[in-house]
Design a protein around this ligand. Structure first.
Ligand SMILES: [Zn+2]
Ligand SMILES: [Zn+2]
Length: 260
């Protein structure tokens, strides 16, 4: 099969590589769409500690079931249209027991620790299958729309903490796809106004990974009762929520900006 193999920063080569096969509990998908995440861009530009070359990145995957290993749930039938949740927990720690796999200290992720979706086929590990990370997509849903579910699920995960209320004034830093998805959710929640800002054509890239310490005015936080929190990735309930939102509103199609 053909795959975009990542050899290191700014070195991705389209090559012919062996087809994956499904062992017990595993599933092989034929990839039909895989969107490019901001993290994919960062890995391409700078590398990532969990991405050991040569490997295949890409985690916003939509495809059809191509091969099913022994012991997999019958609902994951050959030919079925599916998408995949990225993060796989250890299954044992307190966070995994609460199904907060994204907070697991030893989680792995598709497209990071194991080969991802920038290829014709991708193998979903047994642990991911067992944790319900293969999600059935309504057969009528457009593939490109389904490929937006993963990033929207991450926004919904953050908005769960934020809990914006009707009438709240919302300000979103960064007008990339994630910022605009946040703005759309805030509008849907009744925030008014929703203001989106951006600082450059290249877009604000967030807090730099290699220098995460920022000076913060604690007086301003205290006297204005500002809540500061961060959120990483998403969990299964956010995927199902995102899938439901995307399936009933054609507006989301506007988030697809480029096709390769
Ligand atoms: Zn992503
Ligand atoms: Zn865990």
């Amino acid at each position: 099969m053909k795959a975009a193999v990542y050899y290191g920063p700014r070195d991705v080569r389209v090559e012919t590589v062996p087809m994956p096969t499904a062992g017990p509990g595993e599933v092989v998908l034929r990839v039909l769409r895989c969107s490019v995440c901001g993290t994919d861009k960062r890995i391409f530009a700078h590398g990532h500690k969990n991405v050991v070359p040569p490997t295949v990145t890409g985690h916003e995957i939509v495809g059809t079931v191509y091969e099913v290993g022994a012991g997999v749930d019958a609902a994951i039938a050959i030919g079925r249209k599916v998408m995949v949740a990225t993060v796989v927990g250890c299954g044992k720690c307190i966070h995994c027991q609460r199904k907060q796999y994204n907070l697991c200290d030893s989680f792995t992720a598709l497209g990071y620790d194991c080969a991802g979706g920038f290829a014709e086929y991708v193998k979903i590990p047994a642990a991911a299958v067992a944790q319900g990370k293969i999600i059935l997509v309504p057969p009528a849903m457009a593939l490109e729309r389904a490929a937006l579910v993963e990033p929207l699920s991450c926004c919904l995960s953050g908005q769960e903490y934020l809990n914006a209320q009707p009438g709240d004034r919302a300000f979103v830093f960064g007008a990339g796809p994630i910022g605009l998805m946040h703005a759309a959710i805030l509008k849907a929640r009744g925030c008014d106004p929703v203001i989106v800002t951006d600082v450059s054509d290249e877009r604000f890239a967030g807090i730099p990974k290699d220098d995460p310490v920022l000076p913060i005015d604690t007086n301003s936080i205290h006297y204005n009762e500002i809540a500061v929190f961060a959120c990483f990735a998403s969990n299964l309930q956010h995927f199902h929520q995102a899938l439901e939102m995307i399936s009933r509103d054609g507006m989301w199609d506007r988030f697809v900006t480029h096709r390769l």
